[in-house]
Design a protein around this ligand. Sequence first.
Ligand code: ADP
Ligand code: ZN
Length: 516
Amino acid sequence: MPDAQDLLSSIFGFDAFRPGQEEIVQAVVAGRDVLAIMPTGGGKSLCFQLPALVRPGLTVVISPLIALMRDQVRALQEAGVCAGALTSGNTEEETEAVWQAIETERLKLLYIAPERLASGGTERMLRQAGCSLIAVDEAHCVSQWGHDFRPDYLRIGELRRALDVPLAAFTATADAETRAEIGQRLFDAEPETFLHGFDRPNITLSFQTKNSPRSQILSFAAARKGQSGIVYCGTRAKTEGIARALTDDGHSACHYHAGMDADDRRDVERRFQQEDGLIVCATVAFGMGIDKPDIRWVAHADLPKSIESYYQEIGRAGRDGAPADTLTLFGADDIRYRRQQIDEGMVPPDLRVADHGRLNALLGLAEAQVCRRVTLLGYFGESPQPCGNCDLCEKPPELFDATTQVRKALSAMLRTEERFGIGHLIDVLTGTATEKTARFAHDTLPTWGVGSETPKHQWQAVFRQMMGLDLVRPDAERHGALRMTDPARPILRGEESVTLRRDSIKRAERRPAVKQ
Ligand code: ADP
Ligand code: ZN
């Protein structure tokens, strides 16, 4: 059987499951009857598409939305999956291709509209095609009291009984009545039901800008001495460095990354599972299949890849429901690194746009101005109240109208032809003479020193937030020189204003005798 995690990245191009997806995928792959309720945009289609690829045979997908079906089929085909639809919108060639794929037993996913169930041949066709799973999208259409009622949905239960295969039903409609009706009409026995919000209220959320990352991690760990934790690091070298620093600081700590040999890795996994209070400093290779309920904290020494990765990684903490803490460090370098990773990756341009979007979502969370949980869950389609269990609820950030600063920064970038990075731009803005400002005669620019009233560390925060808001992007081909993006134009023209957070992070306390 192909591995679900491998397919997630190789076929779908995602680096992590979204909240809820993994459990649903596991249940569907295992062949259990499933009813999953997820908010719109939560990522339901993956929950049947991925199992369809893992399981032998054909999955039939019943959906009332022809345009959506065609979209999904196109996307699957582009990813190299043998998928097709039989809808009224098909051309003759499309229909012919679907039949051929069925006859040669290559077809993995077949989308049909419910109307097709009314014609007698469908059941026979599905049986012959080796149908081994029925997926029902928009399952609330089976509810006679709802406004989306589709009479043909009532035939789905019959189809399931006739084919005797598992059924997975999906909907975004969560009210109890509709749920009961779906259960009754589509299933014989109670299906395994997934209806949990995505919130993990016992996990505290906090972010800090990086200023001395190692001491920031050390003081976070020091406040949680003797508890099991994970420190996620961006590089293998860093996992070793931080593990050493933690050990020197009196913790029980070790490192873990994909470059270690299998025995050593297994050894760390075993120790983590069995010992109390071990800290593992790891790359993202650590975590898959870790099933330890009492991980008390997770820290990110570097910014994760996307908001999905972030959620999955912090979600390893506090599975037992007891309080657990998280801390994520981020800085302008992380943003530059992650952007570059996307730009230099092998993925086609339109997928790159989506990857930048998922990174932007994480940066939006990092630079959030209100409750982090509201921001995080909002991205996944939920709208909770401010949580009282994140750093921003605890201490709301100080905001200021940064329109003038942002315009000055953009102007400094444009006057220097978008060829310089943050450090140099700050020198220009604050009128700090260096060899470089002299060499390029930047001390003669009209922008020279126009930002001297703002301290340098605040300028750092302004640039970082501008990157976070995607107003400027580092140019991968020009060693991180900043370029202005389209959303910045109305600000430059004075048509829009920007509110930013004041840099409130105090320097982390220096801890004594930290070896490199
Ligand atoms: P729904 O049917 O629940 O409304 P979709 O299945 O259309 O949602 O997914 C919504 C969006 O989320 C799509 O753009 C999809 O590409 C994206 N998505 C789904 N799963 C993931 C994931 N694991 N990581 C990143 N993006 C995802
Ligand atoms: Zn909050």
